[in-house]
Design a binder for this molecule. Structure first.
Ligand code: ADP
Ligand code: MG
Length: 244
């Protein structure tokens, strides 16, 4: 098996006296799409945010392409470029066009000139089906389109892995599919993805592996068929039973 692109080893995170992650071990291999499911408060977002150091882990390692990014000498800017993130609430800049939202990090962080940045951004917008909306502002876009801009912003940096934190949870139901379709096409293009989601049908149909988190640990993981059709743990069964 190929070496993981992203590996969490004994990852722990506490907020004060509350231990939110209690030793998470997880591997994502090249071109794998891993879906993380689990109850609210189980630590899914915290786990993702530790993967690009939006949160500082209390203990354990986050290894990206062989490099432990929890080391104090790590260049956070480089981490943020190699680990892309898509948020539930899009987090676009309202005063910038779709194109400008995507070019921002290319220019500021990757120091591309305007022409280069725009060429890359237009290609990324094309990949999410929004080439024709380059000049639109977020308020002129539907939620689904805004989230696709969020995805374009991530992939434009050519990250080694993309993290998604409930990317469709803030969307009206009729807008969910266009975002899931884009995610599916990214995975078909070989993108390595770690996706926190409540879209069980998507996880079932598209994930290579499903990870069930509960109480700050990985309680169970396996193929979608293992986890959805034949869960070993009672708490997995009970969680999945609520959706299926
Ligand atoms: P999930 O994404 O699975 O719903 P989270 O990772 O958001 O879970 O949260 C796990 C727990 O950590 C929750 O109890 C939450 O209240 C707590 N938590 C998350 N972020 C913070 C924070 N910045 N400060 C204090 N507690 C937090
Ligand atoms: Mg969350």
């Amino acid at each position: 098996m190929s070496a993981p692109i992203l590996e969490l080893v004994g990852l722990r995170k506490s907020y004060g006296a509350q231990e939110v992650l209690r030793g998470v071990d997880l591997r994502v291999r090249p071109a794998e799409l891993v879906c993380v499911i689990g109850p609210s408060g189980s630590g899914k977002s915290t786990m993702l945010r530790c993967c690009n150091r939006l949160e500082e882990p209390t203990a354990g390692q986050v290894v990206v392409d062989g490099q432990d990014i929890t080391r104090p000498d790590t260049d956070i800017n480089r981490v943020r470029q190699s680990v892309g993130m898509v948020f539930q609430h899009f987090n676009l800049y309202p005063h910038l066009s779709a194109l400008e939202n995507v070019t921002l990090a290319l220019r500021r962080v990757q120091k591309k000139d305007r022409a280069q940045a725009e060429a890359i951004a237009r290609e990324a917008l094309g990949q999410v089906g929004l080439a024709h909306k380059a000049d639109a502002y977020p308020a002129q876009l539907s939620g689904g389109q805004q989230q696709r801009v969020g995805i374009a912003r991530g992939i434009a940096l050519q990250p080694k892995v993309m993290l998604f934190d409930e990317p469709t949870s803030a969307l009206d139901p009729e807008l969910v599919d266009e975002v899931l379709r884009v995610m599916r096409s990214l995975r078909d293009g070989g993108m390595t993805m770690l996706v926190v989601t409540h879209e069980m049908a998507f996880a079932h149909a598209v994930a290579d592996r499903v990870v069930f988190m509960d109480g700050g640990v990985v309680a169970e993981q396996g193929t979608p068929a293992d986890v959805f059709e034949n869960p070993k743990e009672a708490r997995t069964r009970s969680f999945i039973g609520r959706y299926m």
